[in-house]
Ligand binder design. Structure first.
Ligand SMILES: [Zn+2]
Ligand SMILES: [Zn+2]
Ligand SMILES: [Zn+2]
Length: 170
């Protein structure tokens, strides 16, 4: 077996999104694990929240709130912006979804459930997003922080460039 399955959970998960993988089971596994976690923690994964998560999981690409709202309307969830915003807020707060500041858009987390500092690789051509994990306390930044007596709690890493597909086409 080659790389047709990737770990959705797990500390050493490879960046998801640029690699060939069994995307159907990728979406199904992530949705199931979200359901299990919500149940265990008493979080309410309402139909609209579940739908928004599913949409983002389908993509491996960042979607803006308006694109999400459009799709919700097509799926019969109504067209009130607060519906989309509230669902996104819930998903971000509980770590199922990350906000990509650079794009003012949202992407499903590739390592849900694990405490992590995401590092995003964003393709400037097709908006594909892969999520890797950074270790803010290590490396050059960590050394600089230690020297300054600073304790890093959170970092935002958003690297912009070209994904393998777009590099090939260029
Ligand atoms: Zn996938
Ligand atoms: Zn994540
Ligand atoms: Zn690309």
């Amino acid at each position: 077996m080659t790389s047709d399955v990737h770990p959705v959970n797990g500390k050493d998960a490879a960046p998801v999104g640029f690699q060939e993988h069994d995307h159907q089971s990728c979406v199904a596994t992530a949705l199931t694990s979200a359901e299990v976690r919500c149940k265990a923690e008493g979080l309410r994964l309402t139909p609209v929240r579940r739908k928004v998560l599913e949409m983002l999981l389908q993509e491996h690409r960042a979607l803006g709130a308006y694109a999400i709202l459009d799709r919700l309307r097509d799926e019969g969830f109504g067209s009130q912006p607060p519906v989309a915003y509230r669902a996104l807020e819930f998903l971000v707060q509980n770590g199922f979804v990350h906000k990509i500041e650079r794009l003012n858009a949202f992407v499903a987390c590739s390592h849900p459930g694990a405490a992590h500092s995401p590092a995003f690789m964003i393709c400037r051509k097709c908006d594909a997003v892969a999520e890797a994990q950074s270790a803010p306390s290590k490396g050059v930044l960590g050394a600089a922080a230690r020297a300054a007596g600073f304790e890093i709690e959170r970092t935002v890493v958003e690297a912009e460039g070209l994904c393998p597909d777009c590099t090939e086409k260029a």
